[in-house]
Design a protein around this ligand. Structure first.
Ligand SMILES: Cc1cc2nc3c(=O)[nH]c(=O)nc-3n(C[C@H](O)[C@H](O)[C@H](O)COP(=O)(O)OP(=O)(O)OC[C@H]3O[C@@H](n4cnc5c(N)ncnc54)[C@H](O)[C@@H]3O)c2cc1C
Length: 441
């Protein structure tokens, strides 16, 4: 290693100065974790909090992170406990999963959260942790400097007194799907295979046969739907290809209404209930950035990549990316040392490799649901299990279910063994069941 780099890094005893752009779950969580370790953190957000935000259903692996952020109790006060997920493949074929079945390997529950409220709680915790919060639409641009590839615009620096007119040591892009750094630097994204559109809204007065808080995912004639019970409301969303969506109607309201009307399961749930919000729309979201870091900057959360709403990994991936980046920087913060640009680059390189691996693993897992292999495996498993299975068959079935649970709960989505087992079963364990019949169009 270059000796100058070592002495520079070891000798600069001052606080690491970090600017985080975007105060959604990823940006706010990173701000909390870094500020706690002594970094000087400036957190920018444009202050946009629409009434409706997706990311309402969390996976169990989020709960330990909420505990670390000291936010579980508060989250519980405005959210609903989510005991599991029911997958409805057809009116006669459904599977209900409860997370406690996989405990202790998997956290036994998760939450369904009203997102704007959840984001506000995270932001308030960041401010209470000593973060310098600035309400401003931050500007980023390419920098010609040797140590930094990205810089904050002059108005952005001026808007943050905590920066004292200087660029920070590290800029973190947490702008979500806006992908501000990627746009400033022209970094392309690897797109996923689906080009879906989602429409969703909140309902009251609905009827609910599932366990309280249980999320319902149902395959439709085209695409799929979600029902996420919140404390007083039910979030209903439809996810389908752009052409199929256009066939349902012209406006998002018409499409959601029509999708509910033609789906007997959704019609029964909505019953006499009524929509109490506008209809929110999201489109074209499966993407992973080709590069998630560079000299003096990194991406976290959706800015780095977003997989798919299926299985609800988004907020977990956002929080986990921030946890990984904070943990990678913590040894420096604890020594009150600022890494040299080269040392920072090596920290960011390993962080980005881990986050890319995580995103790729989730994308692979989600594909099993869309192409029907997971449903086919469940059907094959049922036909393989007699009514009174022997010890060996029962143990085998528990083993397989546990590993699928580990993958889908976020507890071990990158586990080589669990992924290998699923790949093996997807290839050799279908026992003649054709996944194409169970695929989501
Ligand atoms: C249809 C759909 C359904 C989903 N459902 C779920 C689900 O059920 N469960 C789940 O876990 N995830 C879900 N997600 C994903 C989830 O919403 C995201 O993964 C999550 O919000 C990512 O958090 P983030 O902090 O990275 O970004 P965001 O939540 O997008 O936050 C980005 C923040 O940056 C701010 N910002 C943007 N540009 C600037 C700027 N220039 N200056 C200052 N501030 C800026 C924004 O205002 C915002 O506050 C879903 C996604 C989609 C598309």
């Amino acid at each position: 290693m270059d000796r100058g780099v070592v002495s520079e890094g070891a000798g600069r005893a001052r606080r690491l100065r970090v600017a985080i752009v975007g105060a959604g779950p990823s940006g706010a969580a990173l701000a909390i974790l870094l500020a706690r370790e002594g970094a000087a953190v400036t957190l920018f957000d444009d202050g946009r909090r629409p009434e409706l935000l997706v990311g309402e259903s969390l996976v169990p692996a989020v709960v330990p992170i909420l505990r670390r952020l000291e936010l579980e109790k508060e989250t519980a006060s405005f959210s609903r406990v989510k005991p599991g997920v029911s997958f409805v493949w057809s009116p006669t074929d459904r599977v209900s999963v409860t997370f406690n079945r996989f405990a202790p390997a998997v956290f036994p529950y998760a939450y369904n959260v009203p997102r704007p409220h959840f984001d506000d709680a995270l932001l308030a915790r960041a401010i209470a942790s000593g973060v310098d919060y600035v309400t401003a639409r931050a500007q980023l641009s390419a920098s010609a400097g040797a140590s930094a590839e990205l810089q904050l615009g002059p108005e952005t620096v001026a808007a943050a007194p905590g920066l004292s007119g200087r660029q920070p040591d590290l800029i973190v892009d947490a702008t979500g799907r806006a992908r501000h750094a990627a746009r400033a630097l022209g970094i392309p994204a690897r797109l996923g295979p689906r080009k879906d559109v989602a429409h969703f809204a909140h309902f009251e007065g609905f009827s609910w046969d599932e366990a309280p808080g249980q999320v319902r995912i149902a395959r439709g004639d085209a695409g799929w739907s979600w029902c996420i019970p919140l404390q007083e409301r039910l979030s209903i969303g439809i996810v389908l290809g752009q052409d199929d969506a256009a066939r349902l109607g012209r406006t998002p309201e018409e499409r959601l209404e029509r999708a509910i009307a033609i789906d007997p399961g959704l019609t029964a749930i909505v019953g006499q209930g009524r929509r109490v919000t506008d209809v929110g729309t999201y489109a074209n979201y499966q993407l992973i950035s080709e590069r998630g870091y560079g000299r003096g900057w990194a991406m976290v959360g959706d800015a780095f990549g977003f997989v798919d709403p299926m299985l609800s990994p988004g907020v977990f991936l956002a929080l986990r990316s921030s946890e990984q980046l904070a943990d990678a920087l913590t040894p420096w913060l604890r020594r009150h040392a600022v890494p040299s640009p080269a040392q920072l680059h090596s920290v960011l390189t390993s962080y980005a490799a881990r986050q890319s691996e995580m995103l790729t693993a989730w994308l692979e897992l989600v594909a099993y649901l869309y192409d029907g292999r997971l449903a086919a495996l469940i059907q094959a498993g049922r036909s393989w299990m007699p009514e009174n299975p022997g010890l060996a068959k029962r143990a085998m079935s528990t083993h397989i279910a546990r590993h699928v649970g580990l993958l889908a709960s976020g507890a071990a989505t990158t586990s080589r063994y669990s992924r290998g087992l699923l790949r093996f079963l997807g290839r050799y364990g279908l026992r003649g069941v054709d996944p194409a019949h169970l695929a989501i169009r």
